[in-house]
Design a protein around this ligand. Structure first.
Ligand code: ZN
Length: 121
């Protein structure tokens, strides 16, 4: 299926192709604070349609995962995973007309996976 979405202010717009059969919630310290509900999307099926320059990059812990958010409205848009850089997690709440209650939720134990020596988990 083809999906589109935006951040809150609309500066950033994206589109992707995916067969979404679940959403993911992670309990690491970052996902917990941003209350992230995420869809898994192949990196090569995702593109930023508008506002590439409005995105800001946040890296933490191991610094491998790339977390992008809108510099204007602060909304988390997507991130490139540490565990598999070919996969993105896209903020399901940013997808246009998407019912986040319609798919099963998979809980990821990011709290224990994300601990890197010397870093805040
Ligand atoms: Zn925005």
């Amino acid at each position: 299926m083809h999906y589109t979405g935006t951040c809150h202010c609309g500066a950033v717009a994206f589109a992707f192709e995916a067969q979404l059969d679940e959403l993911v919630r992670c309990d690491c310290s970052l996902c917990g604070k941003r209350n992230a509900l995420m869809a898994t999307v192949a990196k090569d099926r995702f593109r930023i349609v508008r506002g590439e320059q409005a995105l800001r990059l946040y890296r933490w812990n191991s610094g491998v995962a790339l977390h992008y958010f809108c510099a204007t409205c602060g909304i988390y848009v997507y991130h490139q995973r540490r565990s598999n850089p070919a996969l993105l997690s896209v903020n399901a709440c940013c997808i246009d007309g998407f019912d986040t209650e319609a798919l099963p939720l998979r809980r990821v134990d990011g709290k224990s996976m994300s601990v890197v020596a010397g870093a805040v988990p």
